[in-house]
Every structure is written in C-alpha cells, then in structure tokens.
Design a protein around this ligand. Structure first.
Ligand SMILES: C[S@@+](CC[C@H](N)C(=O)[O-])C[C@H]1O[C@@H](n2cnc3c(N)ncnc32)[C@H](O)[C@@H]1O
Length: 397
C-alpha cells in the first residue's frame, strides 16, 4: 500500500452517505436544492451502505428519495443544530423507534423478518399516521448507534499498540454512546477467511460473539492474554444508560433492519455490559478530554479511542482533540486509536491506492488508524481498512 503524508485521502473522499459531506448551509440556499441534496443522500446511502446489507433500508431509501413530501418532512423535523448529513439515518432511527413501540404492526413484522412483504407502503403509512412521534424523536435524539462489531477492530488496534509492552493501559473513549465497545475484551471475536476461523480472541464462553471476515493476506494482531486494562472511561455528549429500557430501545432503533444477528448481538452486549456499565462522563469531549487524560495515573498508558464519533464533532473540535492528545503525548506515552472516515483524521497518512478487497462500495470508507507517542516521538499509521460496522477488515500494517 502506498501512503504519503497529507490531508484528505483522494480515493476515499467521494461524496458520502453517512455523514457531513453536505454542509449545513440550508438557510442560505434555495429549498429545492436542499431537497435535491437530501434525495441524493438517501440514494447514496441506498447504493453504498444499504445495498447487499439491509435490503429493507435500500428499498425505503430509494422510495423516500423520490418523495418530495417525505423529504420535506425529514428536513422540517430536524433540529436546527442537527448535522445535515446525518438526517437520513436519524430519520430511519426515529421511524424504527416508533415501529419498535408498535410490535404488532405489519411494518414491525417486516422489520423483524417475520413477514416477507414489500416494506414501502406500510412504511409510508406509518409516516402518515405517526408524523408527530417521528418528528419529536428527530428533534430530541441523535444517531447513537453503538456497534459492537467495531470491537473486532478495536481489539486488533489495542493489540498492535500494546505488543511487547507490559504496562497497564487506561482506556478513554470519545463518544462511546452506551460504552459497549469499552468492553471489547469481554467478547469472543472470531476472525474468519471463508468458512475457516483464522484466529480468535476473548473469552471462549462469552455470550457476545463477533465474527469479522479478514480480507487481504495479513492476519491481525491478537491481544496478549495478560493485558492489564487498569481503567475504562467514556466521554459522551448524551450517554445512553443501558439499564433504562427506553434508552436501550433507542440503541435497537439505530440498527438497520434485516441484518441477521445484529439485534441479538446488541441485546447480548447490553445484558453483559449492563451488569457493570463503564463510567461515562456526560460532556463534550472537545473540552473534557485533556482533563480525563491527565487523570490517568503515571505508569498507566492512556489509550484514547474514537469510533464513528469524530464524524459528529466539528473540524475545530477535532483539531482541539488532536492538540490535547499531542500535548500530552509529547510528555508521556499514549496512543490514539481511530476508526473513522479518513477525512475526519487528516493526521493519518493519505491512502493513494486502496488494496483490493477494501472496496469503497461496501460500506462507507472507514479506516482504522493509530497515532502513538512513545518516548516523545510520534508516529501515525494506518492499520486497516474496515467495514463501518466491523463486518470485515483488511489489515494493512
Ligand atoms: C454514532 S455514535 C458512535 C458510538 C460508538 N463510538 C460506536 O462506535 O459504537 C456517536 C456518539 O458520539 C457522541 N458524541 C457526538 N459529539 C460528541 C462530543 N462533542 N463529545 C462527546 N461525545 C459526542 C454521540 O452522543 C454518540 O453517542
């Protein structure tokens, strides 16, 4: 793989479904242009993220993209501060939450896979019937998908950062949602090639089982069995309390229907982690990270993790986070692990050639990267190309 220092990876910066490529300039442009952009965003999601993964959302996204009234409803329902690029997934999460509250409805049966029928008509009927409930959720909630599949990538990156180093680590997650990925070492993770399990990590009897397809020739590093995780903490703008059924239903609502095993896996993780949830500080990571990192006692190596969280933080905030990491890194060893679209971690090397198998049309491009400070020296590396939900990983380091 060829890499060079720089800003935005050219091969990975095509207009994207999943986040803020669409700038928040709604008030300044003609409303029809905004509706057209929103339609394009729904279509892009259908083709890049939902196709071959969530056929129900693929169909619904294409149908919504053609419906001016529904597009207007989506636009009008969002809070003025909502990130425009997130509106389609926020809309789908809000409708899904209403559907979960109506388990006997036909659309709920279709979402669960209990009924094989075209979802479009019942979905549009739901929007007509429950406009207020959907709009209220869009105004008061944000996208908080806590995808435990990402633990497959986090485990490999932590293994890479801690290889040959017996010092205990302190995990600090930016935007952990409910904190399910702070328990990545409690899950059984199997890395597969075809039908074979190439390698695995985590307790063999864990009730949470993850499977991650390995692409490319390289195997992933595995966690040392005696890795000491001395502390775990999250900082989230709106932490989810998984012991509260209504809040954990929002996590289910953020899932995409028709993806096998995903709801069961989330429920198992909620049950496991809910027994002893990690502490999550409510706040803005931009202003709180420096203090939380500084509180990690000497002798413990801080590892800061951000997975699909920097995408929600404005550019100046991301720059501040990097400054805080580097300020501390110049004084003590630490690592910053990110699993994000490459444009949100411009400090990572630029990818000039995507390896075969790390397709940009199989989920929004997501890169696992590491910025590590050791003895006052800093290195930034790309570790892997990963499906946004951790379905597959192409290790590249
Ligand atoms: C899409 S979720 C990702 C959750 C988790 N990292 C994962 O990968 O499963 C994004 C999370 O970032 C949080 N978030 C957004 N902006 C934040 C900020 N400025 N500070 C802390 N958390 C933030 C949101 O509340 C949300 O829980």
């Amino acid at each position: 793989m060829v890499v060079a220092e720089g800003d935005i990876p050219p091969l990975c910066c095509q207009p994207h479904s999943s986040d803020e490529w669409w700038p928040g300039i709604v008030d300044e442009v003609d409303n029809n242009d905004v509706i057209d952009e929103l339609a394009r965003l729904f279509r892009s999601l259908a083709h890049t993220d939902f196709a071959g993964y969530s056929p129900i959302y693929e169909k619904l996204a294409l149908a919504v993209a053609q419906d001016h009234d529904v597009l207007t409803f989506v636009l009008d329902s969002a809070a003025p501060t909502a990130r425009r690029g997130r509106l389609p997934v926020l809309f789908f999460a809000a409708t899904h939450d209403v559907i979960l509250s109506q388990p006997t409805s036909p659309i709920a049966a279709i979402y669960r896979g209990d009924m094989n029928a075209d979802p479009v008509a019942p979905f549009f009927q739901l929007i007509a019937n429950d406009r207020n409930a959907i709009a209220e959720r869009m105004r008061t909630h944000s996208v908080q998908t806590n995808e435990v599949g990402r633990s497959a990538a986090i485990a490999a990156a932590v293994a890479r950062c801690t290889a040959g180093d017996s010092r205990p680590i302190g995990l600090i997650e930016i935007g952990p949602s409910a904190g399910l990925n702070l328990a990545f070492d409690s899950y059984r993770i199997e890395y597969t090639r075809g039908a074979d399990v190439t390698c695995s990590t985590g307790p063999a009897d864990s009730p949470v089982r993850l499977s991650c397809e390995l692409r490319g020739d390289l195997d992933v590093p595995l966690l040392e069995p005696d890795l000491a995780i001395a502390a775990r903490v999250g900082i989230d703008a709106a932490p989810i309390d998984i012991t509260d059924p209504e809040q954990s239903r929002w996590l289910q609502a953020c899932l995409w229907p028709g993806v096998p095993d995903r709801p069961e896996r989330l429920a198992a993780a909620i049950k496991l982690v809910g027994a002893t949830p990690p502490p999550i500080r409510r706040g803005d990571a931009v202003t709180e990270l420096a203090e939380v990192m500084a509180a990690v006692p000497e002798g413990i190596v801080p590892i800061v993790i951000a997975t699909w969280a920097l995408a929600y933080i404005p550019t100046e905030g991301r720059e501040q986070i990097l400054r805080d990491v580097d300020d501390l890194g110049a004084r003590r060893d630490l690592a910053f692990i990110t699993l994000e679209e490459p444009r949100f971690t411009p400090w990572s090397p630029v990818v000039e050639d995507l390896p075969e198998g790390a397709s940009v049309n199989d989920g929004t491009s997501t890169i696992l990267a590491m910025r590590r400070w050791s003895g006052g020296m800093c290195e930034s590396r790309i570790l892997a190309f990963v499906h946004p939900h951790g379905r597959w990983m192409h290790w590249s380091d």
